[in-house]
Design a protein around this ligand. Structure first.
Ligand SMILES: Cc1cc2nc3c(=O)[nH]c(=O)nc-3n(C[C@H](O)[C@H](O)[C@H](O)COP(=O)(O)OP(=O)(O)OC[C@H]3O[C@@H](n4cnc5c(N)ncnc54)[C@H](O)[C@@H]3O)c2cc1C
Length: 447
């Protein structure tokens, strides 16, 4: 278990900085290589086709970044966090969309100019060329994924439906890969170009396969996770205890989450992220879930002895990112789960907990939190009430935060709760000038 001294880094390089540096170096090196390949391959049949080629090359490299961002590589995930990687994946996705649309439009325009034909006629003619047709299908799939990922549509679709459709991206990748193989210009302009693209595709697909398939399958075969107890915590909250073989070898930390499937209980495609609600001590794992929909509500009926398929652990909401000896842990509602686990870590040091709930009866795991805070000689403030009640000051405004925790700027602050609450806390912390490097938050939403 990590201790306060080995994790509270005052001025040393932070793990997140190392990961960011590695990522930006990777991006920069690849951008330089792609620009050089573009320049050395020479121009296209006309100016428009040269620009089309430029966008095509960049779309290819963006596709590969897209794969790496969702490959769930443990080194990156622990340092940057899946939520932030997912946000980058989203932005990279929109860049990719524009690169693909520009490439496709300019290819049609370029050939239309060359043949002195209309764009419609050129489009039809190009769709008869296998390499172009594959590119068109790939572009169409990318457009569909981008459209369903826009906020208004994403909100309307059930998570599983959206996620299922999102997997079209893999179809697009396969098509784009073959489209690229059949292209005989820039991608194959030299032995180096050929080797570079093959390396990049193999690296990205290899990382994706390793992170999303091989590692989870291997881990589940090795640990053989099994449900040992299902304990109701409240009317709509349940804790599930899971054990397995060699759990001391599972690289899990307090504050992380796993993606859980319960074969035989739920459909195989239902996988839900839940934080570890107790520090993973090497003998068992625990999740605590509030009923939000059918999968989380159904956990109550899980049978003891049933198998669990566990992906992860994931996330950067851990003491790895500590910078100060003292910590303030802020939780709202069921956001208490990773906070409760963090409380067990020595590394959290001198601790204050703010726990926001509507009423004390709604405070899940309250006795455990009280007990752990007492053991640590810390302070717990249970903040009851509903935000927006007439006359009630906002609980996470800068004044309230400073009154409750006068030395707040000297602490690491961990926040986990509903989006509106998290946003209010982050804004209060900014007003109080708590350095950004000391602020760590976890969102209970990935997409
Ligand atoms: C990192 C993380 C940690 C979480 N930890 C906890 C926890 O400790 N305790 C707890 O009660 N809740 C936690 N949640 C929220 C929990 O995952 C959702 O409440 C649960 O998945 C809802 O599933 P459902 O099918 O019951 O409900 P639905 O009605 O199907 O879903 C409700 C909402 O939950 C989200 N959701 C559903 N499935 C997924 C999924 N596979 N991946 C991402 N989001 C999904 C969607 O935004 C959806 O709109 C966590 C979420 C994340 C992202």
């Amino acid at each position: 278990m990590a201790t306060a001294s080995d994790t509270a880094r005052g001025s040393g390089a932070r793990p997140v900085d190392a990961a960011r540096w590695a990522m930006w170096t990777f991006v920069a090196v690849n951008v330089v290589i792609v620009e050089s390949l573009f320049l050395s391959a020479g121009s296209g049949k006309n100016g428009v086709l040269t620009v089309a080629k430029f966008f095509g090359l960049h779309a290819a490299v963006l596709i590969l970044f897209q794969l790496l961002l969702v490959a769930r590589l443990p080194w990156l995930d622990r340092r940057i966090g899946m939520d932030r990687l997912t946000v980058w994946h989203r932005w990279n996705g929109f860049l990719l969309l524009w690169a693909v649309l520009s490439h496709a439009t300019l290819v049609v325009l370029g050939y239309a100019t060359l043949d002195d034909a209309s764009m419609g006629r050129t489009f039809v003619a190009l769709s008869g060329v296998p390499a172009s047709l594959l590119g068109m299908w790939a572009a169409a799939a990318i457009v569909v994924v981008a459209v369903i990922s826009t906020r208004p549509l994403r909100r309307r679709l059930r998570y599983e439906v959206w996620h299922g459709l999102h997997l079209l991206l893999y179809v697009a990748l396969g098509l784009a890969f073959v489209h690229q193989l059949q292209e005989t210009t820039t991608f194959t302009s030299s032995a180096f170009a050929r080797a570079y693209w093959w390396f990049l595709w193999l690296f990205a697909f290899g990382a994706l396969l390793a992170g999303r398939l091989v590692m989870p399958l291997w881990r589940n075969a090795y640990h053989r996770f099994t449900v040992t107890a299902v304990v109701p915590e409240a009317d709509d909250v349940v804790s599930v205890y899971v054990t397995g073989r060699h759990l001391d070898r599972l690289p899990a930390r307090a504050g992380q989450f796993c993606v859980w499937r319960f074969p035989g209980h739920n459909h195989w495609w239902l996988a839900n992220p839940f934080s570890l609600s107790a520090a993973p001590g090497g003998t068992g794992l625990r999740l605590t879930a509030k009923a939000a929909g059918s999968a989380s509500a159904g956990l109550r009926d899980l049978q003891v002895g049933s198998r669990a398929f566990v992906e992860g652990p994931y996330g950067a909401f851990t003491s790895l990112h500590r910078t100060r000896p003292g910590a303030l842990l802020i939780a709202g509602g069921v956001g208490i789960t990773p906070v409760r686990a963090l409380l067990e870590e020595q590394a959290v040091g001198d601790v204050v907990v703010l726990y926001r709930v509507r009423s004390e009866a709604d405070a899940v795991l309250l006795d455990e939190v009280r007990h752990l805070v007492e053991l640590r000689g810390g302070r717990l403030h249970l903040l009851t009430g509903r935000t927006g009640e007439p006359g009630a000051p906002p609980p996470f405004g800068p004044d309230s935060l400073h009154r409750l925790v006068p030395d707040i700027t000297d602490r690491d602050v961990y926040v986990c709760g509903p989006s509106a609450m998290t946003a209010a806390v982050l804004s209060g912390l900014r007003d109080l000038r708590v350095p950004a490097r000391q602020v760590h938050s976890e969102r209970f939403g990935l997409a």
